[in-house]
Write a protein that binds this ligand. Structure first.
Ligand code: FE2
Length: 279
């Protein structure tokens, strides 16, 4: 169990069961598990990881797209070996985990939940966080990218497992009645960031990633500023969200012009990432 959950005296397994109901948790695809095993094997190498990934062309395409968006357009990454050389094993592991999470989550729509809209927002958050992080805290750009892509990962599961209760919460959020984490806390006593940390524990995701995802809505929490800033990006395609983002970015030291420039560029990049993930 994660140290930060132990400190809070939380039993993630029991909490998850209470939040999601008595549903079996989906598991990662076999190829993702195989790549993860190799990445975590002290005897594994960039070449051996690349060999396993190469057996699955769809996984290869997704990983390279993620690596290029996460690393920015400084230099194109053309192979898994190059991604490991440039970003390191830990970053590539987080990208593989992101693909695993995507594959394990429900893909159909549910009350208040539209899969395409959800992944478009997730891709926008990830690409924008990567751009912000390269300016604000470059050392954690890739981590910020993955954490932002997955920050709302609990939402599809909650929408599918508790449609009667969670659907109206999502609708209220989309209608701008309140922020999602406030609505959840009020009704359930937890928010989707916490549910995501319990999921991360269950799925064996890295502790630091779980902690960052868990606090993505807190301005002074464990999340790097870039991850928190993009939590202002909503799923609904309206622009007032940009005002909140610009105001928060100004507090983090980015001018309004700079923020709008970074967001515009990142959202163009995010479209193709969203296509890949929504498919
Ligand atoms: Fe969120």
């Amino acid at each position: 169990m994660f140290g930060f959950l132990k400190k809070k005296r939380v039993d993630p397994h029991a909490q998850l069961r209470a939040a999601l109901g008595d549903h079996a948790l989906p598991s990662f695809p076999g190829i993702v598990m195989e790549v993860l095993r190799e990445l975590r094997d002290p005897g594994g190498s960039a070449a051996s990881v690349a060999r396993i990934v190469a057996a699955d062309p769809a996984l290869t395409v997704k990983l390279l797209k993620l690596a290029n968006t996460g690393a920015g357009a400084v230099r194109r990454i053309d192979s898994v070996q190059q991604a490991i050389a440039l970003a390191g094993m830990a970053s590539v592991e987080s990208l593989v985990l992101a693909v695993g999470v995507r594959e394990a989550l429900p893909t159909s729509d549910a009350p208040g939940f539209e899969s395409r809209r959800f992944w478009r927002a997730s891709a926008r958050r990830a690409a924008t966080a990567s751009s912000f992080a390269r300016v604000l805290h470059p050392a954690t750009a890739m981590q910020s990218f993955t954490a932002s892509l997955l920050q709302d990962m609990a939402v599809p599961l909650l929408a599918h497992n508790r449609p009667g209760e969670y659907g109206p919460i999502l609708e209220a959020w989309h209608n701008r009645e309140a922020e999602l984490d406030h609505l959840e806390n009020e009704q359930f006593g937890w928010h989707h960031g916490e549910v995501a940390t319990w999921l991360c524990d269950e799925w064996g995701l890295p502790e630091r990633l779980a902690e960052v995802i868990g606090e993505h809505h807190g301005e002074r929490g464990a999340a790097p500023p870039a991850v928190h800033l993009v939590s202002h990006i909503r799923e609904t395609d309206e622009h007032p969200e940009i005002d909140a983002l610009v105001a928060a970015a100004e507090r983090a030291g980015l001018s309004a012009d700079r923020t709008v420039g970074l967001v515009t560029e990142a959202w163009n990049e995010a479209d193709s990432l969203a296509e890949l993930f929504a498919a």
